[in-house]
Write a protein that binds this ligand. Structure first.
Ligand code: A2H
Length: 280
């Protein structure tokens, strides 16, 4: 963790069932789950969204009328933030996200993450028209929004949790997850090619993959999202190498380095109204 605030992109995944029970109080308003990500350029690879089943979530109305599902803590944070809207006739206008500065507007009552499981979502840039809300037990409720969007091609945590749900029927039953909720193939979005370097004990072997997280989870034989030690190694291999050597395989920035595409995809998502910045 650095000394300054962390910048996250909140991605707006639109709830695609206007009658979802725990969101009834939202009526006809547009409702979004808003995962926090450090990797906006990976949104092409979304296969699902994760929440913590035992976590507390709420539906919070923003100044523009849209409703965001997130932790109360994140709603308080966001209510102290906003964005500049470009104004051709003068200085840009600042708009707070919350109608009243510092006061998040809860719609209905708080509910548990478990009540969101199976909820269908429309995720911006994703290959799939609809993705579903699934359980992830390693989510921290005191980081980001408590919602995590899943990119199993490039995030080992996301890959193993989806893999477990795909292969373990008992686990699906425990959470009320159906087979159709997890019937999503990993989408190749970034190639990472690392060359061999060094000699002897510190030598690094060469590797290349279009689904680096899957590659490393299989290479290390990771079988559970609780396998923290091996997941740490997989994350070490994929994250930094992704930034340094990753090449986009999809989208308008196909062929560009991840380090170059990142800011552009972020700007595009914000311009299209599909994302906003959040600092904590
Ligand atoms: B990232 P940092 Cl493809 N609990 O997004 C657990 N994990 C959380 C979280 C929470 N409350 N909120 C966000 N995250 C995840 C994409 C991604 C991410 C890729 C690769 C790496 C990566 C798709 N999931 O993160 O500890 C989110 O996953 C590498 C660290 O606050 C978010 O970005 O710095 C990242 O962790 C934020 O982690």
């Amino acid at each position: 963790e650095g000394v300054g605030p962390q910048e996250y992109s909140l991605i707006k995944l639109k709830v695609a069932d206007s009658n979802w029970p725990c969101l009834k109080a939202c009526g006809d308003s547009e409702v979004f789950l808003v995962p926090a990500t450090l990797r906006p350029e990976t949104m092409y690879g979304q296969t699902n969204c994760y929440v913590l089943p035992s976590g507390d979530y709420g539906a919070f109305r923003q100044a523009n009328g849209q409703i965001f599902v997130m932790s109360h803590r994140a709603a308080v944070g966001l209510s102290h933030q906003g964005a500049f809207t470009p104004n051709p006739n003068g200085p840009d206008d600042f708009h707070g996200y919350s109608k009243e500065w510092g006061k998040p507007e809860l719609v209905g009552a708080l509910f548990k993450g478990s009540e969101l499981l199976g909820c269908p979502l429309k995720a911006p840039l994703a290959k799939y028209d609809i993705v579903y809300t699934l359980p992830l037990t390693t989510i921290s409720m005191v980081k980001g929004t408590g919602v995590v969007t899943s990119v199993p091609s490039d995030a080992p945590d996301d890959w193993i949790a989806l893999h477990e749900l795909k292969t373990d029927e008992k686990l699906r039953t425990k959470y009320g997850i159906e087979e159709k909720h997890v019937a999503f193939d990993v989408v190749p979005i970034i190639n990472i090619s690392v060359e061999k370097s060094g000699e002897g004990k510190t030598a690094k072997k060469a590797w290349s993959s279009d689904k680096s997280a899957e590659y490393w989870c299989e290479e290390l034989k990771i079988t559970s999202q609780k396998d923290a030690a091996k997941l740490k190694i997989a994350k070490g291999e994929t994250y930094l190498n992704g930034f340094n050597y990753g090449i986009m395989l999809v989208g308008p920035h196909k062929g560009e380095k991840v380090s170059d595409a990142k800011q552009k995809v972020k700007d595009e998502l914000i311009a299209s109204g599909d994302a906003l910045l959040y600092f904590e």
